[in-house]
Every structure is written in C-alpha cells, then in structure tokens.
Design a protein. Structure first.
Length: 122
C-alpha cells in the first residue's frame, strides 16, 4: 500500500477525475433507466472506495465523486425541495459505502502483505 504524505498527490487522481467526468455524463444521459441509476449509485462509491483503499486516490476525492453523483441526481430531479431529505440520506449512504469499501480494501491488502512477508521469511 502506498503511503501518501501531505505534499504528494495521489498517483491516479487525474485518471479518476476523467473517469468520474465520463461516469457523470453517462449518469446524466441514462439516469432515467434503472441500470444507469443503480450503476451510478452503487458503482461510484464502490470503485472510489477501493481506489482510495489502494492509495490510488485520496478519500476526499472519493467522497467528492460520490457527492457529485448526488448533485447530478438533484439537478435532474423535478421535486428537489420535497426530496431534500432523500438526497441528504443518499449522500450519507454513498459515503458510507465508499468508506466501507476503503476499509475492506485496506484490510485485504494488509493481510496479503502479511502473507507475502511470511512466505519470504519462511
């Protein structure tokens, strides 16, 4: 796992930003379909969390990607004011999924690193 300090940038941040731009455009175009909606609401936090767990991006970038999907969803909703609580809950759930994916990824990488070290030592 890569260690990032405050002065270094995440190595794949630019590729993540380009991928998020494509994902947001696809979500805007296919948001009315159930597969497009589901892929955006579950896929973005999962992929973002895994990338943050691997150290490819920082977690704030993953959180920003999740919130960008919620912002696009709000922008295309006709009843924004009535659904404000829904969108707030959606943002919290998406951030929770990203945080859980980051945690699981870090745990798996630590376990794999420990097994590799044991094999090399013994």
């Amino acid at each position: 796992m890569k260690q990032l300090n405050r002065t270094t940038t995440a190595p794949h941040a630019l590729a993540y930003a380009a991928g998020m731009a494509v994902a947001l455009v696809l979500f805007a175009l296919t948001g009315d379909t159930s597969w497009g909606y589901l892929a955006s609401l579950l896929g973005v936090p999962l992929v973002s969390g895994v990338l943050a767990g691997r150290g490819d991006i920082r977690f704030w970038q993953a959180a920003l990607g999740c919130l960008a999907v919620v912002a696009v969803d709000v922008a295309f909703d006709e009843t924004r004011v009535q659904d404000a609580v829904f969108f707030a809950g959606l943002g919290v759930i998406m951030l929770g999924i990203a945080a859980l994916a980051r945690l699981v990824t870090r745990l798996v990488l630590r376990r794999l690193a420990g097994r590799t070290a044991d094999r090399l030592a013994g």
